[in-house]
Design a protein around this ligand. Structure first.
Ligand SMILES: O=C(O)CCC(=O)C(=O)O
Length: 277
């Protein structure tokens, strides 16, 4: 459980470094399942997204269990309250010896959510060290509000258009979030963060789960869907999503496609949504 000091630190700094949430056995089982289902990126150009690495909790049982993990939800509840929805999830899979990296950005840029209360829980399924391209974060950067981002297309950037914050960042105070399997870090939706290449012979796998309190709404015209992870969907801002009835079943694929399609539709009114990572 997070302490009141942890919650105060999150409010002031915009993040909490990794701390143990899954046992080594749970992390190993999740890692094996993640590699089996998402180790190969399934890209369908007509769908614009590497869909098996986006919202995998609608496709695969392991990911459905992960976003509902009680220990993670206890920490999320301490940060955003008891009614918790899963809005999005990304499998951050850095292959061994890859130049792929993530530029400085704020998660809020892509989601069209108000108020800015979304928190990302980043779950380490492998070690995440400096050499493996761990996440770096700028303490206190959430205080500066939403910053302008610009597209910087580059095949080595893991965000779809290399979208990155437009101004130069003084990263002298940046903190490296090094993690061991089963650790979870938390960052605020306005916290500036980035990550570098994986120069090791092992994959680096992290799952970024976007949680929102149920009173947060999407500001665009499209009705989006979300998963109730704890408490109730009291405000009815999102359509409920089903739990997958198996791995990549017909029903799961249809629910996943429906949810992702709504994101694309939303991007007509909020261009950033089309870039969702
Ligand atoms: O895992 C990474 O390298 C980047 C993570 C990230 O940008 C996020 O969780 O929002």
């Amino acid at each position: 459980m997070l302490t009141t000091t942890d919650v105060k630190t999150y409010r002031e700094q915009g993040f909490l470094p990794g701390s143990p949430h899954l046992s080594a056995e749970e992390a190993a089982a999740m890692r094996e399942a993640c590699i089996r289902t998402c180790g190969v990126e399934l890209k369908d150009p007509s769908r614009r997204q590497a869909s098996n690495r986006v919202k995998p909790y609608l496709l695969f049982r392991w990911a459905a269990d992960l976003v509902r993990h009680p220990t993670i939800l206890d920490s999320v509840e301490a940060l955003i309250g008891p009614d918790i929805l899963v809005f999005h999830t990304t499998v951050w899979f850095k292959e061994p010896n890859t130049a792929k990296s993530v530029p400085w950005h704020q998660d809020a840029t892509y989601f069209g959510l108000a108020p800015f209360e979304h928190v990302t829980a980043w779950v380490a399924l492998t070690p995440s060290t400096e050499e493996m391209g761990c996440v770096h974060i700028l303490p206190g950067s959430q205080e500066n509000g939403q910053l302008l981002h610009a597209d910087k297309p580059d095949p080595n950037l893991m965000l779809s258009r290399g979208q990155t914050v437009a101004k130069d960042i003084d990263d002298s105070n940046a903190v490296s979030l090094t993690m061991t399997p089963g650790d979870v870090s938390f960052h605020h939706t306005l916290a500036l963060h980035r990550s570098g290449p994986n120069t090791t012979d092992e994959p680096r796998i992290g799952i970024g789960i976007s949680y929102i309190p149920a009173h947060v709404r999407h500001v665009g015209e499209t009705r989006l869907s979300a998963t109730v992870a704890r408490g109730a969907n009291r405000h009815d801002h999102f359509d409920p999503e089903p739990t997958p009835d198996g791995d990549a079943t017909e029903a799961a694929i249809a629910a996943h496609y429906d949810s992702i399609s709504r994101f694309w539709q939303a991007s007509e009114s909020i261009p950033g949504m089309g870039l969702v990572h």
